[in-house]
Write a protein that binds this ligand. Structure first.
Ligand SMILES: Nc1ncnc2c1ncn2[C@@H]1O[C@H](COP(=O)(O)OP(=O)(O)OP(=O)(O)O)[C@@H](O)[C@H]1O
Ligand SMILES: [Mg+2]
Length: 477
């Protein structure tokens, strides 16, 4: 009789330890309840496997797995982990072909508690009482697949060039420039005032390029505190830090491999990071924090800035060599006040995107309202225009937006909380301070036409502190 078809486990000579023998003796009792079993020794080598498990694994009749490391026979086996940790996995699920099985693994110990092997049982999925668990597992699996798909979508560019609305000569020229250089590989720099659509254009350039199927990874340089930027860009190797809060993490460079890395507010990159960044661009390799391995990366850089980067180069707060690397191709988005003929078309698109109540057909913007909008200077550009339209739509008594509705929604007419209001309101000190801070931030934003960096400067706080406060107070621009 062959060893593997015998009902009683055969142990490797010299491995007849007490724990394994006990397990073997318990076998007679358990046999009817499982559909396959395996035993490994302290080195996770197979010492015994029953016939039903052999069939499940489709092992050839003349193949003797005894003595082999368990993974050579069951590639995803977790028996080794049980042996190494001495902890059982009482309930786990394993897939063989298209079916899933419940498995249970128990360490085998000698009297002194030393692990001398492990035993694993396989149960089929037709065990009634396990059905709810298996169903749950299936559902989790599906959710995971969906989440992964969503993440992939998230990492793709959202907008194409056609989402950039405008028919003015300036926009036509801009779009043809983008089409021309989207196919080239060089880094691109997008300049433009706040709210002119720099981010939208960056997505569009990516979508237009050969890398469209690759990831689009964005990072707002101004919003990440300086001490975290390096990890954010280059990643953190496992074990680089002690302490549970710093887990290994892929850097944005690595995530963007094969695609585009979009650097928003690049003018805010601190000098130390500029130097490291330049090196990565020159060498095409990144080294994660705390690692000593280097990874090749193939990434196209698109950067955006609302600051005058040339001036920053001139006053040496931005490295000239980095500037020339990034400004291979440059586009400048003209401010809205220089292309007023786009305003009507933009309004149509932006209102289209504005929330409607159920059953509502859409907003009607009267010609007088359009004329009023066209006469405004829009320091906050398209974003400001969008905000005004959204506010007007929210306040309007009907679907028709006339000049009065627009006037009410214009920034200077918007009721604005004043510091005195906060100071006289009730609440404890912390609440009042928070209210005062929120008021100050809103007022500073208002006074600098929504330009966050100018507002931060006005308040005398750093860019990252300012972004942190915006997040805390839930203020979106
Ligand atoms: N040409 C355009 N067509 C349609 N929508 C636009 C256009 N330009 C900007 N927008 C919209 O205006 C808003 C601001 O655009 P975006 O965030 O791209 O601007 P930005 O230049 O990156 O601003 P900031 O400098 O403040 O970061 C977004 O909602 C965007 O969809
Ligand atoms: Mg932006």
């Amino acid at each position: 009789m062959s060893a593997t078809s015998s009902h009683r486990p055969r142990l490797i000579p010299g491995h007849g330890h007490a724990g394994i023998e006990q397990a073997v003796n318990a076998f007679g009792l358990l046999r009817d309840y499982f559909e396959g079993a395996i035993i490994v020794d302290a080195h996770s080598r197979i010492t015994w496997i029953d016939q039903r498990y052999r069939e499940l694994l489709k092992l050839a009749a003349d193949f003797d797995p005894v003595g082999l490391p368990v993974e050579e026979v069951i590639p995803h086996s977790l028996m080794r982990r049980v042996v190494e940790t001495g902890k059982p996995t009482l309930l786990d699920i394993m897939r063989f072909d298209d079916r899933q099985f419940v498995v249970c693994r128990i360490p085998l110990k000698d009297e002194a508690g030393k692990v001398e092997g492990a035993i694993g049982f396989v149960f089929y999925d037709n065990v009634d009482y396990l059905e709810p668990i298996l169903e749950k597992f299936e559902n989790l699996q599906k959710q995971l697949t969906r989440a992964q798909a969503a993440l992939t979508r998230e990492r793709q560019a959202k907008y194409s060039l056609s989402s950039f609305v405008g028919l003015s000569d300036a926009v036509k020229e801009l779009k043809s420039q983008v089409r021309r250089f989207a196919l080239r590989e060089g880094a691109a720099l997008i300049q433009g005032e706040t709210g002119t659509g720099k981010e939208l254009l960056a997505h569009a350039i990516h979508r237009q390029s050969d890398r469209a199927d690759g990831p689009f990874i964005a990072i707002n340089v101004a919003a990440v505190p300086e001490q975290l930027l390096e990890a954010e860009f280059f990643g953190v190797a496992p074990g680089a830090y002690t302490g549970a809060d710093r887990k290994p993490r892929q850097g944005k460079f690595e995530l963007a491999h094969g695609g585009t890395l979009f650097l928003d507010e690049i003018g805010d990159m601190p000098p130390a990071i500029q130097a490291k960044f330049l090196r990565v661009l020159q060498e095409g390799e990144v080294e994660a924090l705390g690692s000593n391995t280097i990874k090749k990366v193939d990434v196209r850089i698109i950067a955006a800035t609302s600051q005058d980067l040339e001036a920053k180069v001139a006053d040496k707060s931005f490295r000239a060599d980095l500037y020339y690397r990034i400004a291979v191709l440059t586009v400048r988005i003209p401010p809205l006040r220089d292309r007023r003929e786009d305003i009507a078309l933009l309004c149509e698109t932006l209102l289209e995107q504005t929330m409607r109540t159920p059953g509502q057909r859409g907003w009607v913007l009267l010609p007088e309202a359009i004329r009023l909008l066209e006469s405004h200077d829009w320091p906050g550009n398209v974003r400001e225009l969008r905000n005004v339209l959204e506010r007007a739509a929210a306040l309007a008594p009907s679907e028709v937006l006339d000049a009065a509705a627009i006037r009410r929604a214009m920034p200077q007419a918007a009721p604005r909380p004043t510091p005195t209001a906060a100071a006289t309101s009730g609440g404890d000190l912390a609440t009042r301070l928070a209210e005062a801070e929120r008021d100050a931030i809103l007022a500073a934003l208002d006074a600098s036409n929504g330009e966050k960096l100018a507002a931060a400067r006005r308040l005398g706080v750093s860019r990252s502190q300012f972004y942190e406060k915006l997040r805390r107070h839930n203020i979106t621009s």
